[in-house]
Design a binder for this molecule. Structure first.
Ligand SMILES: *[C@@H]1O[C@H](CO)[C@@H](O)[C@H](O)[C@H]1NC(C)=O
Ligand SMILES: *[C@@H]1O[C@H](CO)[C@@H](O)[C@H](O)[C@H]1NC(C)=O
Length: 610
């Protein structure tokens, strides 16, 4: 009764959260908006990067730019008056505001921390045109700086209070205009802040004084620039940094690996296995008593209960839950529900999916556990529901505590942490218990061959089949299929670049899953041929082998690409990398294990045993 009550509260709670999640992301233009000449074009202040905690964020937004928060839209409405094709190049005043010394210190601190403003115009993020120092290429960099603290302003940061906004528009039919690009050139204009409106003359930059109240006038100027970019490809400008060719390169690279693998697997498995099978079955028919050989030798051992069936089934159950989460998130992203400019929504969708797939985790875990010969169902269901969430939450919590003690504004408020715990206890854990109930009701998977009462001796395996060697070797292929795409994912996670090639990402994920499954099946076939029958754990580790390469790549990326100047930045990066690696290990290990389980059942189901 009590658990039912908890379940209901949980569902209501989650529905509320899901609504919040839906509001947190917007549809990135399922249909283009046609603006008539003179129609108002809204400009929203979407977020400040790096993300500030809630209260700080609201404070900064209200202090700068005269924003008014509209709770209904959960977004900051701004007083910009932008009308399609009007006021071209006119200097306009946004507002004049007074900034007390205390707030000036706060703003100056944020400028030193390189905070950026993110605007949205017609769903498109405002970008700053920047030059890549290495290649000299121009690219759209999302967001633009709050101020400037580069030399000669490194002693005294300056605040940007003027924005030159270049709106690129495309006119498919006369009178219907579409916004296809938003560029902002921020600048700092000091001098008298209450004189005649002026956006051109040379003035000294604006320095906020921390010992007295400052008057700041924000000005802006809109320029309409016709563009030949059609609405459908307007995001491509933002992809400029990610040369699309490199995605194609990555995809072709992945496809080559997959084709290579499929050929190899079909050659090895189909030819030798079918030959083996016909030979085995022929031998059985003849009167001669011949020795069995190869993988058939271990038919009485393959379904022997492995060591620690509890741990293995808990890992597989949680891995299956994560697989479902990744799959659904990718589908969401593919359908365009996730905007690249709003990373929070991605996290929200992943959290919600993960919570709701608790049932899958419980079901898979309890069935695998029963199939492996485990008997303590309750313990299994309890561990499945608790261990991984506790572990993940523990890491996130530690990182957050660290950020709070380091005084970083990036810390998540305590309320959000509490919400996550509630989400887990209120929904995920009960769903997992329900899943486990159904799993144990369906019971163990039947095995085609019986287990001998006395275990066989295992001969020493060849060197390349030693557990660690096999794990690392087998990890190369799935990792190789994904590593170009991985670069973009890491850049978007840690270097605040835009990522929107979700199609490529989904394809890559599919390729990785396929590669992992085939490689694991292949290695398991090899070890069974070497008469090593303890394949359960081996399959999980072989499948998860790519996670070790991911860890190595993450460290390499940190050393070569990322300049994290603050200690808390390093801790944050390593903490999240560790989480990513562990989750990847679980997901790919589970794929490897389940695929191998299926293959082993097929394999031993196809021979006749006397
Ligand atoms: C706005 O002004 C810019 C520069 O002065 C010019 O290139 C552009 O064509 C003008 N746009 C419109 C719609 O008049
Ligand atoms: C308008 O676009 C053209 C190229 O499409 C560019 O050369 C020009 O500088 C742009 N004008 C402004 C004001 O940005």
């Amino acid at each position: 009764m009590r658990s039912a009550g908890r379940l209901i509260t949980g569902s209501i709670f989650s529905a509320a959260l899901f609504t919040a999640g839906v509001q947190a992301f917007y549809l990135p233009g399922a249909a283009p908006h046609d603006y008539k000449d003179g129609e108002k074009v809204d400009l929203f202040v979407n977020a400040l990067t790096p993300m500030l905690g809630g209260a700080d964020n609201a404070k900064l937004k209200s202090v700068i730019n005269c924003m008014v928060y509209s709770p209904r839209k959960r977004i900051f409405d701004s007083p910009y008056d932008i009308r399609m094709l009007e006021n071209n190049g006119t200097c306009q005043s946004l507002c004049i505001t007074s900034v007390p010394g205390e707030d000036a210190a706060f703003i100056n601190q944020r400028i030193l921390e390189d905070y950026a403003l993110n605007w949205l115009v017609d769903g498109l993020p405002a970008a700053e045109m920047k030059m890549d120092m290495k290649t000299g290429d121009l690219f759209f960099d999302m967001g633009f700086n709050l101020g400037n603290d580069e030399p000669p302003y490194d002693e005294q940061p300056i605040l940007n209070n003027h924005y030159d906004i270049v709106l690129e528009y495309h006119t498919p039919t006369p009178g219907n205009n579409r916004v296809v690009g938003v560029l902002v050139w921020p600048s700092s204009r000091g001098g008298p802040q209450d004189g005649a409106l002026d956006c051109d003359s040379d003035v000294p930059p604006l320095v906020l004084r921390e010992d007295e109240s400052n008057t700041v006038r924000y000005t802006y100027r809109v320029m309409w620039n016709e563009s030949s970019t059609p609405w459908a490809t307007r995001w491509d400008n933002y992809l400029h940094i990610f040369d699309p060719r490199i995605h194609w390169f990555s995809l072709i690279n992945s496809l080559v690996i997959v084709v290579f693998l499929c050929v190899m697997v079909s050659m090895i498995l189909l030819r030798s296995v079918s030959r083996d099978i016909s030979r085995y079955n022929a031998i059985d028919l003849s009167e001669d008593v011949q020795e069995d050989w190869g993988w058939k030798l271990v038919h009485g051992e393959v379904f022997r209960t492995p060591q620690n069936p509890m741990v293995l089934s808990v890992l597989v159950g949680n891995g299956a839950q994560l697989c479902a989460m990744v799959g659904v998130t990718l589908v969401f992203a593919l359908l365009g529900f996730l905007s690249p400019s709003n990373r929070g929504s991605l996290a929200t969708v992943m959290m919600v999916c993960w919570t709701f797939f608790g049932g899958i985790g419980g079901y898979v875990s309890s069935r695998v556990y029963a199939s492996l010969g485990g008997t303590d169902k309750r313990k299994n269901s309890f561990f499945t529901a608790t261990i991984l969430p506790t572990f993940v939450f523990g890491i996130v919590f530690l990182l957050n505590v660290f950020l709070i003690t380091a005084g970083s504004s990036g810390a998540v408020p305590f309320g959000t942490m509490l919400l996550i715990v509630l989400l887990w206890f209120g929904i995920s854990a009960p769903l997992s218990a329900i899943g486990a109930y159904f799993g144990s009701k369906h019971g163990a998977i039947s095995h085609p061959v019986r287990v001998n009462p006395i275990p066989r001796q295992i001969p020493p395996p060849p060197r390349y089949l030693k557990p660690w060697a096999a794990t690392l070797l087998s990890g190369i292929l799935p990792f190789g299929a994904a590593f170009v795409e991985l670069y973009f994912v890491l850049s978007s996670l840690f270097a605040s670049r835009a990522y929107y090639a979700f199609g490529f990402l989904a394809l890559t994920a599919g390729v990785v899953a396929l590669t992992t499954a085939t490689v694991t099946i292949l290695f398991t076939y090899f070890i069974l041929c070497a008469e090593e029958y303890r394949w359960h754990w081996r399959a999980f580790f072989t499948g998860g082998g790519s996670a070790f390469w991911l860890l190595a790549y993450g460290l390499f990326y940190w050393a070569s690409r990322l300049s994290l100047d603050s200690f808390s930045g390093v801790v944050l990066y390593l903490g999240y990398l560790l989480l990513l690696v562990i989750l990847d290990f679980l997901v790919t290990g589970t794929i490897g294990f389940l695929a191998t389980y299926w293959a082993v059942r097929r394999l031993y189901g196809s021979i006749r045993i006397d």
